[in-house]
Design a protein around this ligand. Sequence first.
Ligand code: SF4
Length: 397
Amino acid sequence: MKLSSKSKPYMIPEYSLTGDLLSYLTCGLQYRYQNKGTLPPSMPVQLWFGEFIHGVMEEAYLEWESKKTEFPWDWKKDIRPIEDIIDRRLQVRGLYPPANHFFTINHPDSELTIDDLNEYDHKKLASARAEKAINVWGADLFPLMDSAEVLIKGLRDMPYTKNDKRSKYYGINGVIDVLSLVNIKDDNKIVRYLKENKEFNKLAEKYGDDEYEIIIDYKGMKRPPNDVKGSNNENWDYHERQILTYSWLRQKQEDKKPIAGIIFYLNELVPSIEDLKLIKDDIHYHLTDVGDSKEYEKDIELIENWQDDDEMPKLSEKFKIDRSIRIIPIDDDKINEALEKFDDVVEKIETSIIKEINGSKIQDAWSAEGEERTCSACDFKTFCKNNKNKTKDFTIP
Ligand code: SF4
């Protein structure tokens, strides 16, 4: 009698838009150690703040939905309790606020007031940003919100890889921070920004409706540099591709057709010293689409004259708010281009995985191309052959 053999397990590799693809683009080898290995990353400030501000905005929306508290919200009465809830939730997951960026729950100072929040004291940076994000954008954003934290998934053909394919398809997934329904006739600050965008107006004219779905994403970072002439920063391009891919997944999953995405770069509302140094460079080298023109003359002068150890300059609200919002119009050609780019990244990751399965050493199978700044904060710099800041030779394990 012939015994039947067990069929091979069938698996479809899953790639997350932020966890895998962006992480791989930062550095392939770092991605391998962090995402495919068992080594948890240390918690840089930016990662903690990203988690914190997403949690604060979601909780603030739920609070607003149930109580409809008028804006502006009082920091101590309305916002501080939300910060505490999120801080506790993050601590349960082992994520502790970086020292010097946040009042911890058991802070001895019980008489905090809104005056404690300022741009010069980094112990309050996360709180100052939470207060601005809610009072600058929440008032106009919350009434437009349809749903928050929406999980989306889809399947794509596995791209060609030089070696064997592990599967015919790969899964792509992501979480949309906010889906909003926008009526372009509404008197709303966000609608006004949308209508100032020429490409958005063309799309709205083409479809001829009043109401559109808009994808919204919060980023706990400054606006990335971008060259209006075309040679853009990887993060800038990636953020656009992320919105375009979300839009493709929405079409597949719900037959919805968002016509634009909005990214809020929330650090711009209260930049840190590090952020301001980078903004200064972006303006100096004309690597920004907002903040480099005559209308911001006074802000440019303040930034150009500012030195690292000076007090933070008093930038105009317009400068900070304009830099904190980015509109990304969505059309089918751009979606296809974005998906092809994602296929390219998946092909590279799959090629490295297959090389490793076939016996290559980790450092031979994965490309190690972190930028100098990435290498200096990398947990694996002591044994990475390509560490850009390497000062000593280490034996590679
Ligand atoms: S040290 Fe630099 S090149 Fe090496 S893994 Fe880390 S980020 Fe990548």
